[in-house]
Design a binder for this molecule. Structure first.
Ligand code: SF4
Ligand code: SF4
Length: 400
């Protein structure tokens, strides 16, 4: 039987769209008195509605929906930001605590709760991890990611969103271990807990530029999508997000690994909802086709040098031609280098994020010791200004 995923346009209000999306995808099944953990993306202290964190109005709508379905349910909302970001400050900037409490839920600062070290018996890389005990104790998790691109994984959706339940310092380990396999290891362990995925598609953040270099996921261009997605199968939900964004799911490592481990459906997916047709039209339309052909053209080897001036105007002066990028990549050791750009404001978050102590602030700018760097890229992920750019042969442009 195919996995069902709904895509619904937000034509009235967010509450109506969330309710409709969940009903179309099979409805919520909750028992009286259950403890449900809603897990949004609160990865960085950026404004709700930026596409970089889950929109608080979507989180509040999910809280209200759970309470409607089960008045006795104990509805908790929790997440931990990327290491380097202060949890309390992150929650304050997003405004999540007030939104959750107003909707009738309880916001939990995971940094102040008990963490447990657990073995992941089926893991291929991440054999042990320290994560919030709460995630294992609740009766179910409702995964509420936002749609955004990511410089290492292509996109970040329901599967990767669960990483926010680990202690902040564990993110560095997951990056060092290669990120893709560890993310799936964690997902496989938590999968029995995941009851539902409800995706914030109000605004997506696009941080992957057409001709590099690559930015972290704490900055990006907001793209208005105005949709809500829902489904019970996180792999099918993420595959649908991928297709919606123009990726081929089988080319994204996390989805490929999750599918190979038979953790969900990559292809056998029934898409329902009023936005399902829009989605098909977007993919199949002449306009959609033309845009992707134009993108392919301006980043193509032949035309890139000619179109470069235009690309720089649209995407910023740090964009280099493919020829230059290739030369820079060939000139380095092959392991990659991190470049500090003028966007750096000297906030020092990258210093806190690097657990190996490779970064120091010198005259207000980070100095990175690449000799001892293990290329985990967590500093680039943590930087709120996307000021750390990666030049590496290891990071490929995502395959649209
Ligand atoms: S690169 Fe600059 S702006 Fe980015 S985290 Fe480091 S100090 Fe802050
Ligand atoms: S400096 Fe190197 S080791 Fe430190 S966080 Fe950045 S990429 Fe990782």
């Amino acid at each position: 039987m195919p996995s069902r995923v709904s895509i619904v346009n937000i034509s009235e209000d967010i509450d109506t769209a969330v309710r409709k999306a969940v009903e179309l995808a099979g409805g919520l099944e909750l028992d009286s008195g259950e403890r449900i953990l809603i897990k949004p993306n609160m990865s960085c202290g950026k404004q709700s509605g930026s596409g970089l964190v889950t929109n608080v109005d979507v989180v509040a709508a999910v809280v209200r929906l759970v309470r409607e379905h089960c008045k006795q349910a104990n509805v908790l909302v929790a997440d931990l930001p990327i290491c380097g970001w202060d949890p309390e400050e992150t929650y304050r900037v997003i405004g999540i605590r007030e939104a959750v409490e107003k909707a009738g839920g309880t916001f939990v600062d995971l940094a102040k709760t008990e963490m447990v070290r657990v073995k992941l018996p089926r893991a291929s890389k991440l054999t042990k991890v320290t994560l919030a005990k709460l995630a294992l104790e609740v009766d179910g998790i409702i995964d509420v990611p936002v749609i955004k691109t990511h410089f290492m994984t292509g996109h970040t959706g329901a599967i990767k969103n669960l990483k926010g339940l680990t202690r902040q310092d564990q993110r560095t380990r997951m990056h060092v271990l290669g990120l893709h396999e560890p993310v799936v290891d964690l997902f496989e362990h938590l999968l029995p807990q995941v009851r539902y995925c409800i995706v914030d598609g109000t605004v997506a953040a696009d941080a992957v530029r057409p001709s590099g270099p690559y930015q972290g996921p704490t900055a990006g261009t907001p793209v208005e999508l105005n949709v809500i997605l829902a489904g019970r199968d996180p792999v099918a939900v993420d595959a649908t997000i991928a297709r919606l964004m123009g990726f081929k799911p089988e080319k994204l490592s996390i989805l490929k690994i999750a599918s190979e481990r038979e953790l969900g459906e990559l292809d056998d997916i029934e898409i329902v909802g009023d936005a399902a047709e829009t989605f098909k039209r977007l993919r199949g339309s002449r306009r959609g086709g033309l845009i992707s052909r134009l993108q392919a053209l301006w980043t193509s080897r032949v035309f890139n040098r000619i179109t470069h001036g235009l690309v720089r105007r649209w995407f910023g002066s740090e964009i280099v031609t493919r020829k230059t990028a290739k030369k820079e990549m060939d000139d380095d050791t092959g392991e990659g280098v991190i470049e500090v750009t003028d966007a750096c404001n000297g906030c020092g978050l990258c210093v806190k994020a690097c657990k190996l102590g490779n970064i120091t602030l010198q005259e207000g700018k980070p100095l990175i010791n690449m000799d001892h760097c293990v290329r985990c890229w967590i500093c680039c992920e943590a930087c709120p200004e996307a000021a750390l750019l990666i030049r590496s042969k290891m990071i490929r442009s995502v395959d649209y």
